[in-house]
Design a protein around this ligand. Sequence first.
Ligand SMILES: [Zn+2]
Length: 415
Amino acid sequence: MTRAPATVSQLLDDVRDVGRDARRGGYSRFTYSAADLELREWFVGEASRRSMDVETDRNGALWAWRSDPGASLERAVVTGSHLDSVPGGGEFDGPLGIASAFVAVDLLEAAGLTFDRALAVVAIPEEEGGRFGQACLGSQLMTGAISPDRALGLRDADGMTFGEALTAVGIDPAHLGRDEETLGRIGAFVELHVEQGRGLIDLGQPVAIGSSIIGHGLWRLTVAGQGNHAGATSMSDRRDPIVAAGAIVAAVRDVARTVDGARATVGRIKAVPGGTNVIASRVDMWLDLRHPVDGVAAELVATIVERAQVAAAAEGCTVAIVEESYGPSVDFDHRLRERIAGVLPDAPTLSSGAGHDAGVLAEVVPTAMLFTRNPTGISHSPEEQIEESDAELGAAALAAVLQDLLGANAKAGAA
Ligand SMILES: [Zn+2]
């Protein structure tokens, strides 16, 4: 029954056309969309091919379990990532971690090892927040970081609630929420992910160990002015919120540039009503701000608020700011990191500027991350890339880490 281990490229080849976005470029794989359901089927197929037992947990995460006879399901070693994408995202953000996990299972199998602890591959839904606007929704439900009521009321761009979307795919929304049973089975979680910056390019290394995730917040700014006619309103008689918004965008950049390690972005702006011959009455804009020190992030936001108020007032407008979410900085489990460094002595450690389910689970279970080099350094974009050879090195590194974590009790099975 021995099968040659699959390669990461072979696995990803099978889903290369799933969820391609002809309009934006790249992939739009929104949670519980037809593309996502196809990816979930692919997950189930790969699990079955490896004789792993598949289950869907209360919050919609897919689990594939590999346990040798007599192995304990308690304190299992868990690896995996997510299948969903941002709008027009890259091919590897998420699925690389899933494909690498299945290849790691193959590599352990091929080594003829059996373990006293179970190994699971997990796919956690709505990591990107691409459909319902809340990043890491699945893991936050699992740990209780978000309440089921708040999650159920989230709406997608078409107005469908998260609860309705769950019902449509046969997941009972009544069972959402902190899942003690599932959390109790996780002894350690290791997520492999495509690197989303240039760290490994600069270091000339294929794989890194994650050290931390920097704190990340999202704020909505509403700039209010006076809607009016673009032709009939003189230039001196305007309260134009788009002009104020432009000044605020520049202020955001200027403020972030003054502080080392800060990242601040306005990536989404909506003018209301949004007519070409209309002075807008309102602009909604979203600020994404990150810094490794939570106190510094708070100071940055306070400075941006002051600057935004000045910029709005200069145009006769007002600005209101609401925090939509904030995830504090996360330091991954030190003991687990040291242990992984022992298995991968050449791998550098890197901090992640991007958020991950691993950051949410780290609040509850020992958690670690591995990053595979991205030769463009670009992510959340079609230009995100992975070299085939790096992908295989990443999967081999993951297999070595899992083997170590699975056990002191590893024993050679009958070859
Ligand atoms: Zn990701």
